[in-house]
Design a protein around this ligand. Structure first.
Ligand SMILES: Cc1cc2nc3c(=O)[nH]c(=O)nc-3n(C[C@H](O)[C@H](O)[C@H](O)COP(=O)(O)OP(=O)(O)OC[C@H]3O[C@@H](n4cnc5c(N)ncnc54)[C@H](O)[C@@H]3O)c2cc1C
Length: 495
């Protein structure tokens, strides 16, 4: 006889564990199936810095999420506010108004409440001082709508969710890959799994798919994102190969969202094929707004200062992939070296430095030195040095007269030592996936729910198109994971 659970959760990242906890709260028996072995558990969620975009009205709201916030923190920091309508506007703006309004509204309006729930379950949070606030005149100021991270980053978040799940009596099976859904005209009744080379069936009254996108599948990347995407490096887990999406489509689910789109960033040119848990997100290079990026011809190819990096980094990976040889160099001078994020100081970094621009030009591997020097000359001459530089605001200190302007944070490159970092395209996750309703239930191609099938996290389509506001992936996994888990639990109990 096959084993039976009320709810099976496919996946072992943040969305899956939030779904598991919410399902368990309904009294359901819950099994989590994680394709990765225990040592690699946690999906992309574990590779993150744990940054979570949440709507809040001011520091008092934040103090509810972070009771450890001291009076000194409050006095020395301008936390500002991130009202729901601003979160909503940011999401709609960066997705060029394609984000499904209902999904966007749910994400935004449930963000604070969901983080409070996580906190009540034992997940701890902290302010992101290191990355999202610069100290100006003795005071930190947060910018870009991103203020809170999980304690201990992604690894801390995943560890605490597994600990809480274990305490709640949720069973987890590692190194167990879901292969197919058991489904008939009445809906989904279980999952076929493979563990230790053996295939078997586990029955369930409801199944939640939270097994990520297809970013780690080179063939699907090329098929859906387009030529060249097979060459991208994968920033996170090697286990997100689109299984959950395929299984749902086979069961009649409607494909939804931006199937040709993905989140992709500048990532060390010599990083390994998949993410390395010892390095986490350290291969990313996100301080480009304070320098310039050049391609093999030595030419700039994006407005590095178009917006806060939270609103440009997720689309600039694609811009790098489209350059000759799929690489770029980020170039900085000494004036901004202190603003570079920690990831620029890790051991495994592809970096050159030089005392002059001519020397630097000779060190930029695969770059035309003449083209580079001409580009820097034109750029330096175009910087509006009369406008004050301020990294905490969009300072409008741009260039004037270039074919491709830099809009903010433009500084002349003139103060040695000069530093340059080689990057390529690192894919984070894919945007296309499944369509869900208000309960997190998966919708079929006739527009009707597939009974007993729920979805959350990266594989939900319809939220992100072209671009993405930093910190929204985890928040989406938590909000929709909680919704899917509690709906699945309730439906299983009402069987
Ligand atoms: C380097 C990096 C940094 C990031 N930084 C941030 C950040 O700071 N803030 C933020 O919000 N987002 C960040 N993201 C994005 C974020 O990781 C994702 O949006 C989010 O973690 C997705 O959660 P998820 O639970 O849907 O997927 P995942 O966490 O990827 O979990 C998917 C799970 O499914 C499992 N799985 C896959 N196939 C199967 C199968 N067939 N059977 C069983 N299990 C399966 C995988 O092993 C994995 O455990 C980052 C991503 C990366 C890679």
């Amino acid at each position: 006889m096959p084993e039976t659970y009320d709810v099976i959760i496919v996946g072992g990242g943040n969305a899956a564990l939030c779904a598991a906890l919410a399902a368990r709260e309904t009294g359901a028996s819950v099994l989590v199936i994680e394709a990765a072995p225990e040592a690699e558990r946690g999906g992309n969620s574990r590779f993150t810095a744990g940054a979570m975009r949440v709507a809040y009205r001011g520091v008092e709201d934040l103090a509810r999420l972070m009771p450890d916030l001291t009076e000194e923190d409050k006095a020395n920091t301008d936390f500002g506010a991130y009202p729901e309508d601003q979160f909503y506007d940011d999401l709609c703006r960066v997705t060029q108004y394609h984000a499904n309004p209902k999904l966007a509204e749910t994400l935004v309006s449930r963000s604070f409440d969901t983080m409070l729930w996580m906190r009540s379950r034992g997940v701890r949070f902290a302010p992101i001082y290191g990355r999202q606030a610069f100290k100006v005149e003795g005071r930190f100021k947060f910018w870009g709508g991103l203020t809170v991270e999980a304690w201990g980053g992604g690894p801390g978040l995943v560890d605490s969710l597994y600990t809480i799940a274990q305490r709640a009596g949720i069973e987890v099976r590692y190194a167990t890959r879901a292969l197919d859904l058991i489904a008939d005209d009445d809906g989904v009744r279980g999952v076929t799994i493979r563990c230790g080379g053996r295939t078997s069936v586990i029955e369930a009254r409801a199944v939640v798919l939270a097994s990520g996108g297809f970013e780690a599948n080179a063939e699907w990347r090329t098929r859906y994102l387009g030529p060249g995407w097979d060459l991208a490096k994968v920033r996170g887990t090697r286990f997100n190969t689109g299984d959950g999406i395929r299984m749902a489509l086979d069961a009649g689910a409607m494909p939804y969202g931006n199937w040709s789109g993905c989140h992709a960033v500048g990532w060390d040119r010599n990083a390994p094929e998949f993410g390395d848990l010892d390095v986490g997100d350290g291969f990313q290079k996100h301080s480009y707004p304070f320098g310039i990026m050049v391609n093999a011809r030595g030419r700039r190819f994006v407005d590095e200062g178009a917006d806060f990096r939270n609103y440009t980094y997720a689309k600039y990976g694609r811009a790098i992939l489209e350059q000759p040889g799929q690489f770029a160099w980020q170039v900085f001078d000494h004036k901004v070296a202190h603003l570079l994020r920690d990831e620029y100081r890790i051991k495994r970094v592809t970096k050159v430095s030089a005392q002059t621009l001519v020397e630097l030009a000779g060190k930029l591997e695969d770059v035309d030195p003449k083209g580079f020097l001409t580009e820097v000359g034109a750029y330096n001459a175009a910087v509006q040095t009369g406008v004050a530089f301020n990294p905490n605001i969009k300072d409008s200190r741009g260039t004037r007269g270039l074919a491709l302007e830099k809009s903010n944070w433009a500084n002349t490159l003139d103060t040695p030592p000069f530093e340059a970092y080689a990057v390529t395209c690192g894919i984070t996750f894919t945007f296309g996936g499944l369509r869900i309703d208000d309960d997190g239930e998966v919708i079929n191609t006739d527009g009707l729910p597939i009974r007993g099938l729920y979805a959350a996290g990266e594989l939900v389509g319809g939220l992100f198109y072209f671009n993405y506001p930093g910190g929204t992936g985890l928040m989406s996994g938590s909000v929709f994971g909680r919704i899917a888990g509690s709906s699945a639990g309730r439906s299983a109990k009402s069987f």
